[in-house]
Design a protein around this ligand. Structure first.
Ligand code: ACO
Length: 356
């Protein structure tokens, strides 16, 4: 068995800054409400028609490869995490491979759909492949172009103000050094409340999961013996059912329980304490969630990295962006114990411990 390490990381956020005041011009919200409830001051939006989830992923990936000292063509396998893919299919992995100009290598590409915990799930898969010797260099990417699929009317304000666009990437590489690298990853899921934070339409559910919704919904499907109009019906379009929905308080309560739980699980397995953590990189869901986790774990301010104030919640991209930013700021040094943790739609949650 080998050990795997993060050999290079990179991130990319689009140039366009969208402030809370900008949003208050198109929907009934205020800078004060958003900052008080979420900590977010501004977020970035990609340039439509010129940027996509996969193109932003490619930008972050190039930086990660350069810092790992490899050419993108040396990547053996790609894992791409997103909930806002360019196409319904094929996935962003192959589109990014094309964007990077590395199709000749015919390296495998896998897309995963684990929303906020997507990057840590991807990291865990890469770790298994590298540890058992299948691949030497696995490119792991988390990227989102949320701004293409949000409801910018007041109806969507509880969700729309939270999200931002961006991408983060890491090269997971074989290492011979036993004491350094990815020590463990912990992955969990519970689909009981799948619809509490979900982007349901378009989809091929045909109303099947109705028992799991709080209220019955008429999606406007044609009679059962009719084919077509399966993904998007005119009613869905007219009534704004094609946007993400979230029961914020429900998500909040579960998040502040599961984050500390999965972090403690990883530490316990490794015989470590919360005080051993040099830097915790929590998924940037909400500044209040991060602050509650910090308090529960008894961590100091300089042991937790937060950047939701600038970038909002970038879902699968949030952990690698924050990790990269902390590293660039010189806050992560050789030998440090770095803890990544995430919780999100599914619900799925995960943690990773890395000896840097
Ligand atoms: N601007 C102004 N008012 C708003 C806005 C807005 N953007 N959004 C909602 N409101 C209103 C509501 O309509 C409601 O009004 P009412 O009292 O007249 O009915 C009021 O504010 C309170 O709404 P709540 O939803 O109860 O507000 P809450 O304090 O729970 O904050 C929030 C909402 C920020 C979404 C919070 O619940 C939260 O962060 N939850 C965690 C979910 C999360 O982190 N999601 C991130 C994405 S998922 C993930 O990454 C895990």
């Amino acid at each position: 068995m080998y050990r795997s390490k993060i050999a290079g990381i990179g991130y990319y956020v689009p140039e366009r800054v969208v402030t809370n005041d900008d949003l208050s011009k198109v929907m009934d919200t205020t800078d004060e409400w958003i900052q008080e409830r979420t900590g977010i001051r501004e977020r970035r939006y990609g340039q439509k028609h010129h940027e996509t989830t996969s193109s932003m992923g490619a930008k972050a990936a190039r930086i990660a490869c350069e810092r790992a000292g490899i050419e993108p063509s040396e990547i053996d396998f790609i894992i791409f995490a997103t909930l806002s893919p360019d196409y319904y299919f094929p996935g962003c992995g192959v589109l990014m491979q094309r964007e990077l100009g590395i199709t000749e290598s015919e390296a495998g590409a896998l897309d995963i759909r684990n929303q906020c915990s997507g990057f840590i799930y991807a990291l865990s898969i890469a770790d298994q492949f590298v540890k058992c010797g299948t691949y030497k260099n696995v490119l792991v990417v988390g990227a989102e172009m949320h701004s293409m699929g949000l409801d910018f009317s007041t109806r969507g304000r509880n969700v729309t103000v939270i999200f931002g666009d961006g991408a983060g990437a890491a090269v997971i590489q074989r290492s011979e050094n036993e004491s350094r690298g990815i020590l463990t990853t912990k992955l969990h899921a519970d689909g009981t409340y799948a619809e509490k934070l979900a982007f349901i339409n378009p989809g091929a559910h045909g109303g099947y999961h109705m028992d799991h919704l709080d209220e019955k919904v008429d999606y406007g499907y044609p009679p059962a013996d009719t084919y077509g109009e399966i993904f998007i019906t005119p009613k869905m379009m007219e009534e704004g059912m094609t946007y993400p929905n979230m029961e914020g308080q429900f998500v909040f309560k579960l998040a502040v329980t599961k984050f500390p739980e999965v972090i403690r699980e990883a530490l316990q397995e490794q015989g470590l304490q919360t005080s051993d953590i040099s830097m915790l990189i929590p998924h940037q869901a909400n500044l209040r969630i991060s602050q509650m986790i910090q308090r529960q774990l008894g961590l100091k301010d300089d042991q937790v990295w937060n950047n939701i104030q600038k970038f909002g919640n970038t879902t699968a991209a949030s952990v690698p962006i924050a990790l990269c930013e902390a590293w660039e700021a010189g806050k992560i040094k050789e030998g440090d114990l770095v803890c990544l943790a995430a919780f999100g739609s599914g619900f799925t949650w995960a943690s990773a411990l890395i000896r840097w």
